[in-house]
Write a protein that binds this ligand. Sequence first.
Ligand code: FE2
Length: 168
Amino acid sequence: MKIKKENVMHELTYASHPFDVIGWDGFNFPYAFSIHDFEPITGRVHQPPPVHQTFEAHNFVICSFCPRLYDYHPKSIPAPYNHSNIDSDEVLYYVDGDFMSRNHVEKGYISLHPGGIPHGPHPGAYERSIGQKETAELAVMVDTFRPLKLTQAALDIADGNYHTSWLE
Ligand SMILES: [Fe+2]
């Protein structure tokens, strides 16, 4: 296998072919990485979203929200801050666990926060988060650097009231 790094070619020889495929055109990276092996950085105060970043491409990033300790400063508020991610559309797939910052979100739920739309924890989430030590949540986020367009299939399953879920 020829590997180019910093403009220098390196050669590795494997005992068997490293890719379990018949053919490969060079556009797909045939590697698997389990979300269960991802360890996010934690801290005394709330860490910014890049600590969850798992993959990066030229037009999107993938973040993994995994079981972890919450912020451990004695006065920390573990719920995340409100934001409007003006450079990205943000898709979240809630896989498992309890999603502390959301009131009506369950396993299997997918949310889309278009770039520039302010959003954050639901009413009561800040108060609920105080004193919590850890989370068992599992969620995947895709942040795209260009706007997403909804398909009819997505519109067919849309919860038309999601935008009102921040109202008490
Ligand atoms: Fe967000």
